[in-house]
Design a protein around this ligand. Structure first.
Ligand code: AR6
Length: 171
């Protein structure tokens, strides 16, 4: 199956690429971003400094350094501002841009965290629905790729499982 939901820590995933829920500076932060930088080592920040940031909803790629993953794809998801500031489209764009960058770099297996649902406060169920539609839509066009959604807590995992059940049959 092309799309799998698990609970776990994204820094231990043996995927071709893991996605980082970054901020627009790409210079690190808390949450999953902090965990990825800690696990990858200081070389990651050094490469990130050469990228000069990234716009919300877009994505940039680096090497994975000490991570088991070959690449890290950094995408700043939207900060939740109430829902009328383009948040839905920007979140979909974060997933789509990350997957397109993975495909362009030959990464066939990609692991995502739940983008924007931590510090950025995007409502979890709404984010899970957007992530599911976007990832499954992409996988239908790229049947050679597979995606794992790595959920850090049970509430997040339950939301992504519910969204997938409502979406219908995965690719
Ligand atoms: N593996 C998988 N998921 C994780 C991990 C981990 N090791 N650690 C946390 N999560 P957040 P955001 C989950 O806040 O909302 C940073 O400071 C977490 O439980 O990391 O996109 C950046 O620099 C939640 O479900 O990302 C930005 O400034 C999910 O990852 C800002 O936070 C996302 O939570 C981005 O905020």
């Amino acid at each position: 199956m092309g799309y799998t939901i698990i609970s776990g820590d994204i820094t231990t995933q043996h995927a071709d690429a893991i996605v980082n829920a970054a901020n627009t500076s790409l210079l690190g932060g808390g949450g999953v971003d902090g965990a990825i930088h800690r696990a990858a080592g200081p070389e990651l920040l050094r490469e990130c400094r050469t990228l000069h940031g990234c716009r919300t909803g877009e994505a940039k790629i680096t090497k994975g350094y000490r991570l088991p993953a070959r690449y890290v794809i950094h995408t700043p998801g939207p900060v939740w501002r109430g829902g009328n500031a383009g948040e839905d489209e920007l979140l979909a764009s974060s997933y789509w841009s990350s997957l397109r960058l993975a495909a362009e770099n030959g990464a066939k297996t990609v692991a995502f965290p739940s983008i924007s649902t931590g510090v950025y406060r995007f409502p979890l169920e709404r984010a899970a629905r957007i992530a599911t539609e976007t990832v499954c839509g992409f996988l239908r066009e790229h049947p050679d790729m597979s995606v794992t959604m790595v959920c850090f807590d049970e509430r997040t995992k339950a939301a992504y499982e519910k969204a997938l059940a409502e979406y219908g049959s995965p690719p």
